[in-house]
Design a binder for this molecule. Structure first.
Ligand code: PRP
Length: 188
């Protein structure tokens, strides 16, 4: 394997990152959320719906803290462009592979920011005849909300800073951080 100085630079100790929630804090919070969902959904065989890509890391840990019969599906939705942003319309790039009529749906998201994506997605899933549709989100950047979104299970409230890690990216980078950090200078 080639050895250059670039290979030695640790992404996890990048000085441009300021840790907001450590890996231990995240895992402890997820265990508590999982226990709550385990209690609330016992006997209901819920369908967890993960929204690609950012939520997959959270979903992967969360579902292993939910000790009941369940299944999991993924959706991919396009980020709205500047012209479609205010309408809140999002495009479904990959839909569910199963019908959800009569199912108890738990949408799993990494972050709720403006609320445009989730208000659209939750309404869309409800319109398909699900028995219930609830939302679990790891992070809530409430100050930025433009559309009301009810978060049924929340990990952490965060201030309006640019956060990365544990699935959250900046230009596709930093998703692999085991912790959540504020990106001090996105230009760096
Ligand atoms: C994030 C997040 C939500 C959305 C929330 O996804 O996973 O889907 O943004 O933002 P909103 O409340 O302003 O609508 P993103 O578009 O960053 O895609 P990614 O998960 O692939 O990184």
């Amino acid at each position: 394997m080639a050895t250059s100085s670039a290979h030695m630079e640790s992404e996890f100790h990048n000085p441009n990152l300021e840790v907001l929630f450590s890996a231990e804090e995240i895992q402890a919070r997820i265990k508590a959320m999982g226990a709550e969902i385990t209690r609330d959904y016992a006997g209901l065989n819920p369908l967890l719906v993960g929204v690609l890509k950012g939520a997959c890391f959270f979903l992967s840990d969360l579902m292993r803290s939910i000790d009941i019969k369940l299944s999991v599906e993924f959706m991919a939705i396009s980020s709205y462009g500047s012209s479609t942003r205010t309408s809140g319309e999002v495009r479904i790039l990959k839909d569910l592979d199963v019908p959800i009529e009569g199912r108890h749906i738990i949408v799993v998201e990494d972050i709720v920011d403006t609320g445009l994506t989730l208000s659209y997605l939750l309404a869309n899933l409800k319109s398909r005849g699900a028995a219930s549709v609830k939302l679990v989100a790891l992070l809530d950047k409430h100050e930025r909300r433009e559309r009301p979104v009810e978060i049924d299970y929340l990990g952490f409230q965060i201030p309006d800073h640019f956060v990365v890690g544990y699935g959250l990216d900046f230009a596709e980078r930093y998703r692999n951080l085991p912790f959540i950090a504020v990106l001090k200078n996105p230009e760096a």
